[in-house]
Design a protein around this ligand. Structure first.
Ligand code: OGA
Ligand code: NI
Length: 363
């Protein structure tokens, strides 16, 4: 096991070591090469380390049965979702309408990609989105080589979904998963609009003409020192709404009132979370919440697929006017493009990006 003394900080911002290091090949590459102990650059500082063996109090994150939207329990379901968005920023949904075979096929495609030979995955590699703007897929393992000093135990494939990219050659299969998740996201945005006493199309409209969508297909291989690493550091998602599919391994944790809570895997459920711009649009009523993924003890890789629903680049973000009649606006108006630029310019740490867009009465 790596001791604290061995943990050295790599000064990536000065010499750009990380960007040109062998670590760009990903953590699965290390595992395939028989890594027995994590390289020091993956070791979190002591205060970030976790108990990778136990589940935290985990039954509290709401599970909402969407079947009730079709019958006379509808108002109860609306209230559960509103409450979850206000109190947790997270909930799971069951009976969400995405067919199980579609989910299984998506998981299978994700696994097949991440278990390809490294050279094949590296054909999709670029360090930053801005270096491959027209590509439909981008393989990545280091989030921000200039700003980050500790690496995460995660490989990801970023796949553009909407607007549909031109070179859509890989991963054709999940096309139906994309569409199904988009349908679900639209339904949830309508329900969330109603929860704010707005017309049911209010939130979707606020995201601009046809909201953007991309997948982050995450792969967290087994780790020889799981208590020293994080799969993904604490962050909030920048867009509007995230729909996450996770397998049965677990590791996603949500921060609430000073504690971390596990989002315990539930077969075929989807995890929904409020992202930063939905907090902004709702004028702070719905909460975007810090979350992270730990790498649990165990010898099976974990897979999760985050589907991010984002405002269009040019959509103007700010609290929806009707919500500022009785309460003053809490966030500055801005373009989503500028929010993302700021988000990408830093290494995430909790909910920090949003701080730049708060009005003085909300600091
Ligand atoms: C993300 C994320 C969590 C997970 O990709 O934004 O929060 O469980 N992932 O993989
Ligand atoms: Ni996230």
């Amino acid at each position: 096991m790596a001791s604290t003394a061995q943990v050295e900080v790599v000064k990536s911002s000065e010499d750009n070591t990380l960007r040109n290091s062998k670590y760009v090949k990903g953590v699965q590459y290390l595992v395939e090469n028989g890594v027995m102990q994590i390289p020091d650059v993956y070791a979190q500082p002591p205060h970030q380390r976790v108990d990778a063996t136990k589940f935290e109090s985990s039954n509290e994150i709401p599970v909402v049965d969407l079947a009730g939207l079709q019958d006379d329990s509808r108002s109860g379901v609306l209230a559960e979702i509103k409450n979850a968005c206000e109190r947790w920023g997270f909930f799971q949904v069951i009976n969400h309408g995405v067919p199980v075979p579609v989910i299984e096929r998506m998981m299978d495609v994700a696994r097949r990609f991440h278990e390809l030979p490294t050279e094949e995955k590296m054909a999709y590699y670029s360090a930053y989105q801005s270096e491959s703007p027209s590509r439909s897929h981008r393989f990545q393992t280091i989030y921000n080589a200039e700003k980050q000093t500790v690496l995460e135990w995660r490989d990801s494939l970023d796949q553009k979904c909407y607007p549909p990219p031109e070179d859509d050659k890989w991963l054709k299969n999940p096309i139906d998963y994309r569409g199904e998740v988009r349908k679900l996201a639209k339904l949830l945005l309508a329900v969330m609009s109603e929860g704010l006493n707005l017309s049911s199309d209010a939130l979707e409209k606020a995201l601009g003409d046809e909201f953007g969508q991309n997948f982050l297909i995450n792969y967290y291989p087994p780790c020889p020192n799981p208590e020293l690493v994080l799969g993904v550091n604490s962050h909030s998602d920048p867009g509007a709404l995230t729909v996450l599919l996770q397998d049965e391994i677990g590791g996603l944790q949500v921060f609430n009132e000073g504690n971390w809570f596990d989002v315990k895997p539930l077969a075929n459920a989807l995890v929904i979370n409020v992202a930063d711009e939905l907090e902004v649009l709702s004028n702070g009523i719905y909460k975007s919440v810090a979350h992270r993924a730990i790498r649990r003890v165990g010898d099976v890789a974990r897979i999760s697929i985050a589907s991010f629903c984002n405002p269009t680049w040019e959509a103007k973000m700010g609290p929806i006017a009707e919500l500022t009649k009785t309460n003053p606006p809490l966030y500055k108006e801005h373009l989503f493009r500028d929010f993302i630029r700021h988000f990408r310019s830093r290494y995430y740490d909790g909910k920090g990006c949003l701080d730049n867009f708060r009005l003085p009465n909300n600091l």
